[in-house]
Write a protein that binds this ligand. Sequence first.
Ligand code: SF4
Length: 626
Amino acid sequence: MSTLTGKLLRINLNDSSYGKEEIPRRHITRFISARGLGAKYLYEELAPAADPLSPDNKLLLLIGALGGTGLQGFSKWAVMSKSPLTGTIFRSISGGNFGVWMKHAGYDLIILEGRAVAPTYIHIDADGLHFHEAADLWGLDYRRLQAQLRAKHGNRTESACIGPAGENLVRYAVIHSGERTASRGGMGTVMGSKNLKAVSINVPIKKPAPFDPATFKGLLGTQVDILKTHPRKQTMTTLGTPYITKIVNMMGILPTKNYQEGSIPAIEDLSGDQFFELKKARAGCYACMTRCGGMREVAHGPFGGTQIDGPEYETIFAFGPLLGLSDRQFVIDANALCDAYGIDTISTGVCMAFACELFTRGLISPADTGGLKLTWGNKEALFSLIEQIGQRVGFGRLLGEGVQKAAEQLGGGADAFAMHIKGLELPGYEPRGVKGYALSMATSNIGGSHMYGRPREEFSGQADPLVETGKGDLIARVQKEQALEDSLIACTFGNTGLDTTMYARLLLAATGIDDFADAANLLKIGERIVCIERCFNARDGFDRKDDTLPQRMRKEPLQQAGPATDQMVGNLEHLLDEYYQALGYTAEGIPGIDRLQALDLPEAIENIKTHPVTNSSDSPGKSGQP
Ligand code: SF4
């Protein structure tokens, strides 16, 4: 018995065929599950230079080894693919029940290949797998879609699905599961490019059975005891991620007006306490005592008069200070509008802030924006702009390409105001005020993500966030830990009180695989995952030149930022040297042969030899970063 099914489902949309396959045990012992397995399969099966929006790309849906077991906060699921925003390998993680339903259906992994000739959805039930026409579902938002799927296939149907923006190929479209989303990197865009509206599942519940049920039950009891009294859990349950706004404002790292400033005076308006006042009900993921979400009422837009699960901190920053606003209701309404179309709130906010700065500086005018006056805080214009992005019309068509491509198309120096790393719009942490975090974002194999390795030490006072040296080892470690947690999948907000030793005990009891009993080996697996992701990108020409930050972070002193005022990341090159050294990479940021051997990655050694890294200007990995 094992909580892993050891099976994958491969679906080819070109000819509506499918088949079940064994996942080789060596894949599992080297990569565990979820992000690890996804990185392995994408590395092995995607040809170098594959176009992310072509049928050659693959979309992987994955659940972790501990998902669906009853362990608290371990039932999220992952989507992986080559991103149409970044051109890199990508993983995005979602809540909702879909992943657990995959496991009930008997799969750790679903691989979607090719492109359907017409809008399609896939339904899996006790009788097998069925391809359905989706012409009548095309254009529906996720709520109407999920309601129709439940009406047709039963109330217990769970789905991974896209809204109109995914169909329209907006490059940062999301995939929904219930009220939650796999938000970043355009995973919904890849799904839309495959003419695939949804994958739905309604099968009898088949709870994963641990290898050692008694030990696993004991460990679950320990976890529950920890959660009952842990202060972090209490904060997350009461306030959720909105509690972060005041902390980052105090540190001077709350991105304001397109990352020109680092704090706002009216922070109380966006505090966790104020959002708590608006909370109508608790919300959360499958099997999670923390339940960090909260339902809040929407005033305007297609979901006006209903409630949404949100907003999270990242949405508060993106539709608040970043746009020169501190209006809670606007944040909620803009969040709901993005949900209705199915677009990532971070990328949407950063693209709009970019446009506002260009407009304010006179680099674009109403003639470019279709008449929209994109001054800071113009809520009406910004609301219209979200609609245009979701529909991929008007000025929104350009912004729906993502901030990097939009800047390239506009020209005229617009790239100096495009806040992205490797094409992924930056998150809600100003890099100039947290230098280790800046290094983590710069080196992230998926671009400017806050979830690729978060140095908590810079927030807790254990490491000085403004010191710019000695951060290489720290970031190498937190990236390995994050890769490990994404491969279980342990929720960053729900894994309170657990450490790598506990993960080892849990994995051993769950799967019976001895390789997982050693915490040091688990961290090595984390490093192996980060490394194979880097090799995937290196094969496409990514290297040191792409591990960078926007010019603003390197050249302009941060303003209005409390303790971080006047800070810059002045010596990124030194930080990169430290980081590469910590991971055994070459000075160009490519894993060295010795390290690949030590990490037992023979497939990557072969590829590094076969596809030597190029610095040529026509490399597909050339970032165009200012
Ligand atoms: S802590 Fe929040 S995000 Fe994490 S699993 Fe629980 S409800 Fe979901």
